[in-house]
Ligand binder design. Structure first.
Ligand SMILES: [Zn+2]
Length: 292
């Protein structure tokens, strides 16, 4: 019961900020909801006001690092072009792993390895009970996991450029969550311990990759039906008016694709919770009241 009460209280404190703040909207939603999958000892730490605020507000920071000199490899951390590795329907995570290892090319993205690397660092931060490191690395792992659940982060055709569907990337990962995710059901159950992280992450990426055909096909379908009205000019934040997919178009697309976006965001929420919980368990379940 206390959990429900404090959850409601937190919603009151943070929902306005979280829901009205533009930019990295989906990442922020994912981080916010992931906190509430955590077990009590971990939850207490993450739901502390300054901690949850950091975890949610900084959700987009790893993307900003791509532009900082000295972070040369950052841009490769956010995706993996599975199609570069000739993945087919018969593949499972193990054969995908082998195909990638054989033909490995950093330029085609390394998000699975990035997640595993940050997992180790976060485990160490829990061991050291270092509050700042725990929070920073939690943001990192949550961001990379979030990216890995976005189908267009798993293909060379990441913005529909090869299929004449430019703009689809931002439409799918920003416009749709901004318009519709308030009504999504983010109750995904409690965080669970992950025995084989690479298996979990590659299985998820493979399932995510298999959604791309539907994702692109729905865009073609709706485009055919709505020759006028695909774009509209809308005021966005401080930057003034900009061209974006119209609300009518977004609604028609969202109706056609069904629960795909919701399912992918829930997948991310669950994975973020599972990975953070796993790091904490692997660190020996430290008492987070003693972080410094
Ligand atoms: Zn990213």
């Amino acid at each position: 019961m206390w959990l429900v009460k404090s959850y409601e209280m937190l919603i009151k404190i943070f929902s306005l900020h979280v829901l009205l703040n533009w930019g990295f909207y989906a990442h922020k939603m994912i981080n916010y909801h992931a906190v509430f999958t955590l077990h009590e000892e971990v939850l207490d730490f993450y739901k502390e006001k300054k901690n949850i605020k950091y975890f949610v507000q900084k959700a987009g920071v790893p993307d900003n690092r791509k532009f900082i000199p000295g972070y040369r490899h950052e841009k490769f951390y956010h995706y993996i072009d599975l199609d570069f590795y000739d993945i087919d329907d018969s593949d499972d995570w193990k054969s995908v792993f082998n195909k990638i290892t054989e033909k490995y090319n950093e330029k085609h993205g390394i998000v699975p390895w990035t997640i595993i690397k940050v997992q180790k660092e976060l485990t160490q931060a829990f061991k050291n009970q270092s509050r700042n490191r725990i929070l920073k690395l939690s943001v990192d792992i949550a961001h990379y996991i979030g990216d890995s659940t976005m189908p267009l982060h798993t293909t060379k055709n990441y913005d529909g450029q090869a299929t004449n569907q430019r703009g689809i990337h931002n439409f799918y990962e920003t416009r749709l969550p901004e318009l519709f995710s308030k009504n999504y059901d983010f109750v995904v159950g409690k965080a669970e311990y992950i025995k084989n992280p690479m298996e979990v992450i590659l299985t998820s990426i493979l399932e995510t990759h298999r959604l791309i055909n539907t994702l692109l096909e729905c865009d073609r379908e709706v485009s055919k039906k709505m020759l006028i009205g695909r774009y509209a000019y809308e005021k966005r934040g401080k930057s003034g008016f900009s061209r974006t997919f119209s609300k009518e178009y977004a609604k028609a697309y969202h109706d056609l694709i069904g629960k795909q976006v919701e399912q992918q965001m829930c997948r991310a929420v669950k994975l973020v919770g599972d990975f953070i919980y796993t790091c904490w368990v692997d660190a020996g379940k430290p008492d987070l009241k003693n972080t410094k």
